[in-house]
Each structure stands twice: as structure tokens, then as C-alpha cells.
Design a protein around this ligand. Structure first.
Ligand code: BTN
Length: 330
């Protein structure tokens, strides 16, 4: 199978170096020394960075300077901010990839360690739940997949994916507390009824044990518009200004780390996740919904989550438990 090419680590090192010397010009010789390459190789890499949208001034004779801080999800930029989390030193960055989830599932099957994260600037075959595609234009959203190896039975994975929604919620609130996302069971984050984020959790499991799990998170961050027929929004459309994807991705991974560790270590965490999910969701109670599950459909009113995180829906025939269906407003 065609392997996606991770980003040349020297690109990240150059960006980091230029960021550390943001106010001055850095000579080609110094950069070449720092990344153990030649000056002509530095020039080639600088050209590559420019092609990727990084605004670098200068040339080989004069040296180089960043005109503005680039908002790329480079490990060299994010890693120092993720010390102490399970994701520290485990970031893999791609300028272009088919799907970070597909790549992470393949890497997990090959033995990649827990905490490995795939981040991409652009996905050419981003996947959503069901057979849906996930639009992933370049350097506009966050496209991120984390490999986890929880010592949990498969029946606990739903709670973990609800926790991923809470992590997105917390990250957004930490950056701008005025933005109030609405968690939609099981795996969406909405603003004003429109989709802001989708989560695709995929796993490989035995009957009683998860071998590995990939939590894929797509967040619409700086999109300026969406096709009319797509009920989607972005953080930029919500607040009227651009968001730093680096800041948001760091906040997201930190809060995912917190939720995950607490779920594994703390017997009360599951209850807390279900409670907080319900508190931050207009969908969990009292919403008139239509459920489609396994080719059948029914209507009712949502009536909370059960202890495993499944959605309860009160219908004329009694209370039904929704295991994996799609939920729509009626
Ligand atoms: C959905 O709402 O249907 C889930 C969307 C999940 C999209 C993310 S983007 C990063 C990761 N890679 C993928 O191909 N999909 C997930």
C-alpha cells in the first residue's frame, strides 16, 4: 500500500529556529549548522516552506526572517507545549494525507505506541461516520487522530468517545469562553445547530478487550464559508476572527489527555463524563428526535443516557436504547 510521507523534520526545525529568533535575520549558515545540512539545502527547504504558505523573508545572501508566525501543526512547535501528556514526543505531521484515521489504524496494527498522534494540514480522503466524507481543506481545520490502547472492554469505548467530545468542548471554552458548543450524542459538536466538529472512533478489539482505538477528531476552525446545503459552521464564522489552530490543537490534546487518564485511573470518572456530557448537550434530554438505526427508524423524546453512555428515547412503545444510530431533530 502507498505509505503517506510524513513532513521532513528539518522544515519544523527551521520554523522553530526562526520563531525563536523572531525579530532578527538568521543566516543561512546558522540554519544549515542547526539542521546539519548545507546552505543550498536550506534554500531548497525555505522554498518548500514558502510553497506551504509560511511567510519567510530573505534569501541565501541576506539570511532569513519570519514575517508572521505560521499556524502549522508542526511537532517542533507543539511538542514543547505538550510535555507531561501521553502525546509528548509522539506527534506525526503530514502536509497531505488520505485520512489521519486510516493512517493511524494502519500504524496501530503495526504496533505504534499509545499516544501516537497523526496530524495533517490537509486530508484528501477524510472520513466521517457512516459512509460520509469529511471535507478537509488545507491548513483550515484540525484533522487529528490519536492512538489509544486502553485496558478497557469494548463496551466502555462509547464513554471514551463521549469524553473526546468533552475534550473538544473544554478546549474551545478555554480559548474563548463566549463560544458555547452543544454536544450532540454521540460524537458531534454543534454551534447554533450547525456542525463544528465530528469525531470518528474506530477500534480493533477482542470480545472482552480493546487492542487499540483510534480517536479521530475533525474541527472546522478557519473556514470562511461552507456549501449552502451543508449545515456546518467554523469557529471563525462563529466569532468573526481567525483562531490559532496550534493553540486549539494543544488545548485539545491536553484536555483529551486529562479525560483519558482520569477515565483509566478514577472509578468515578465514567459517571462524571456522562453527567458533564448531559449538562453540555441540548440533545440528551427532552429533545424530540427521529432515530435511524440498522435500516429502521423511530421517533420519540430523549430521556438521558444509561450507565454505559447509550441514549435513551421515550416512545409510545416504551423506552428504547439507541446503540449507534443517527439522531435527528424532529
Ligand atoms: C463525523 O462527524 O462523521 C466524524 C468526522 C471525523 C473527521 C476526522 S478528521 C480527522 C480524522 N481523519 C478522518 O478521516 N476522519 C477523522
Amino acid at each position: 500500500m502507498h505509505q503517506p510521507q510524513p513532513t521532513d523534520v528539518r522544515l519544523g526545525r527551521i520554523v522553530r529556529l526562526l520563531m525563536e529568533h523572531a525579530t532578527v535575520v538568521v543566516s543561512g549558515t546558522k540554519i544549515a549548522e542547526e539542521i546539519s545540512s548545507s546552505r543550498s539545502e536550506v534554500w531548497r527547504l525555505i522554498q518548500q516552506l514558502r510553497g506551504l504558505g509560511v511567510d519567510v523573508a530573505g534569501q541565501p545572501a541576506s539570511g532569513y526572517r519570519l514575517r508572521s508566525v505560521p499556524d502549522l501543526l508542526l511537532p517542533e512547535v507543539m511538542q514543547p507545549l505538550l510535555r507531561g501528556t501521553i502525546f509528548d514526543e509522539r506527534l506525526q505531521h503530514f502536509y497531505k494525507i488520505g485520512s489521519t484515521n486510516t493512517a493511524a489504524m494502519a500504524a496501530a496494527a503495526d504496533g505504534a505506541v499509545e499516544g501516537t498522534v497523526f496530524l495533517a494540514e490537509e486530508q484528501t480522503a477524510g472520513r466521517g461516520r457512516g459512509a460520509n466524507a469529511w471535507q478537509s481543506p488545507r491548513s483550515t481545520g484540525i484533522y487529528c487522530s490519536a492512538i489509544l490502547r486502553p485496558a478497557l472492554p469494548p463496551s466502555d469505548v462509547l464513554v471514551l468517545s463521549l469524553a473526546a467530545g468533552l475534550a473538544v468542548y473544554a478546549a474551545i471554552q478555554q480559548i474563548d469562553a463566549r463560544v458555547l458548543p452543544d454536544l450532540k450524542w454521540p460524537n458531534d459538536v454543534l454551534i447554533g445547530g450547525k456542525k463544528l466538529c465530528g469525531i470518528l472512533a474506530e477500534m480493533n478489539a477482542e470480545a472482552t478487550r480493546v487492542r487499540y482505538l483510534v480517536v479521530g477528531i475533525g474541527i472546522n476552525v478557519n473556514q470562511a464559508s461552507f456549501p449552502k446545503d451543508l449545515p456546518a459552521t467554523s469557529l471563525r464564522l462563529t466569532t468573526g476572527s481567525e483562531w490559532s489552530r496550534v493553540e486549539l490543537a494543544v488545548a485539545l490534546l491536553k484536555s483529551l489527555d486529562r479525560e483519558y487518564r482520569s477515565l483509566l485511573a478514577n472509578p468515578d470518572a465514567r459517571e462524571s463524563i456522562l453527567k458533564r456530557f448531559a449538562e453540555n448537550s441540548s440533545w440528551v434530554r427532552g429533545k424530540n428526535v427521529r432515530i435511524e438505526e440498522n435500516g429502521a427508524a423511530f421517533e420519540g423524546t430523549t430521556a438521558g443516557l444509561d450507565a454505559r453512555g447509550f441514549l435513551l428515547v421515550r416512545t409510545d412503545q416504551g423506552t428504547q436504547t439507541v446503540l449507534s444510530g443517527s439522531v435527528r431533530k424532529r
